[in-house]
Design a protein around this ligand. Structure first.
Ligand code: GAF
Length: 386
């Protein structure tokens, strides 16, 4: 991903100039994200608590004098050319780039807007569950917003990036990822209440408490545009219809009283959404009170809920979570949509090395692929770089 042609300069603006033969108008970026707790709650009116990570997608962009759009990426060096009038016809990473321009065009007149040249580079690992797609979408969205002089508010950008994901890429996702990467601030998480639409910056306090978040990439890929993600959505919709309420709006006590109205599978799905939303608000309360070192058990409980009730974990991730906790992590859980992807482990900095080694050993001894493990630091959201 950081590769590119051997002779290409390292600097993105230099690379842009070398590729397109003219300077870029600027460089914009957006991060990937880790979700601390609150999974699959976004399309259920529940709550999530993600933070942006210190790995970013970057775009260098220059407006053109015509309606042509040319995009190229260091991901695969492929070149994609279209026009502002045929934007929805794209595949692979180009669907995220052109999908955002298309979505903007659905809600804002682009008749008088020029096309653009764009070079994409990303250090957000792909297929890991840390939102490499939302990183690309948000970087493109802040760039086009500025260059086309649209003055979009961040919550409008969230909606437009989601349209790109849902309607061009074809993944029926909620707004967790786009909200995380567009609202994020350094050293903080974003409490997203999908029932009210409210968002709140919640300081994490991990630096002061000397805590690290390890991201354990199972290397088992996932694709939310196919299969099981959509199935979970349909199951949640069926449970919500039977109960006459978005699942994320029910308290655990209310669901307990009514759980007998659901068949056993839908009851488990509903219980995950309701309890994970409650855990999310509880973790946010603890963080606000400066009790970061006490949230671990809630993270692990969230994993158990995903594994047993929501059915989104996979054996390699269950082994990683269990090994992390056994080796002294304060808590660990699958993060993101699941069916592969990554888990996170909250560790005391002094224990990080031991937990990494123990997880790698346990996962490989159980016959699963060797995980890729990295530390994620909470960083800022989508922005202009220069
Ligand atoms: C994926 C989706 F894109 C999000 O909208 C969210 O549902 C998440 O899975 C699960 O919490 O990242």
């Amino acid at each position: 991903m950081n590769g590119g042609a051997a002779a290409a300069p390292d600097d993105l603006l230099d690379r842009f100039a070398a590729h397109f033969g003219r300077p870029a108008d600027g460089e914009w970026s957006a991060p990937g994200r880790v979700n601390l707790v609150g999974e699959h709650t976004d399309y259920n009116g529940g709550a999530s608590l993600p933070f942006a990570i210190d790995r970013r997608a970057r775009v260098a962009v220059a407006l053109r004098g015509d309606r042509t759009v040319r995009v190229v990426s260091t991901i695969d060096e492929r070149h994609h050319e279209s026009s502002l009038d045929t934007l929805a016809e794209a595949a692979g990473w180009a669907a995220y780039v052109l999908g955002v321009a298309w979505a903007i065009g659905q809600e804002h007149a682009l008749d008088d807007k020029p096309g653009f040249d764009l070079l994409l580079d990303s250090a957000v690992p792909v297929g890991v569950g840390v939102s490499s797609s939302a990183a690309i979408e948000a970087a493109v969205c802040v760039a086009l917003d500025e260059l086309w002089g649209l003055g979009l508010a961040r919550d409008e950008m969230v909606r437009l990036c989601r349209r790109a994901e849902n309607e061009v890429v074809g993944a029926p996702t909620g707004t967790l990822d786009q909200s995380a990467v567009l609202f994020a601030e350094p050293d903080a998480a974003v409490l997203l209440d999908f029932g009210t639409g409210a968002s709140e910056i919640v300081p994490l306090g991990f630096e002061a408490a000397e805590l690290d978040v390890l991201v354990v990439d199972s290397t088992i890929g996932h694709d939310h545009a196919v299969g099981e993600y959509g199935e979970r959505r349909r199951e949640c919709e069926a449970a919500a219809a039977a109960l006459g309420s978005p699942l994320g709006r029910l308290t655990p006590a209310e669901l307990d009283r009514r759980i007998g109205e659901l068949d056993p599978l839908l009851a488990r799905r509903a219980r995950h959404i309701v309890t994970d939303t409650a855990r999310t608000f509880e973790v946010a309360r603890m963080l606000r009170a400066g009790r970061a070192d006490e949230i671990g058990p809630l993270l692990t409980a969230s994993h158990v809920s995903q594994r047993d009730d929501f059915g989104t974990s996979v054996p390699a991730i269950d082994v990683a979570v269990e090994a992390a906790v056994e080796a002294g992590a304060l808590g660990a859980r699958l993060t993101g949509g699941g069916f592969g992807g990554a888990s996170i482990a909250l560790v005391r900095r002094a224990d990080a090395e031991r937990v990494r080694d123990a997880v790698t050993r346990a996962v490989t001894q159980a016959g699963h692929p060797r995980p890729e493990i990295f530390t994620a630091r909470a960083s800022g959201g989508a922005r202009r770089e220069r």
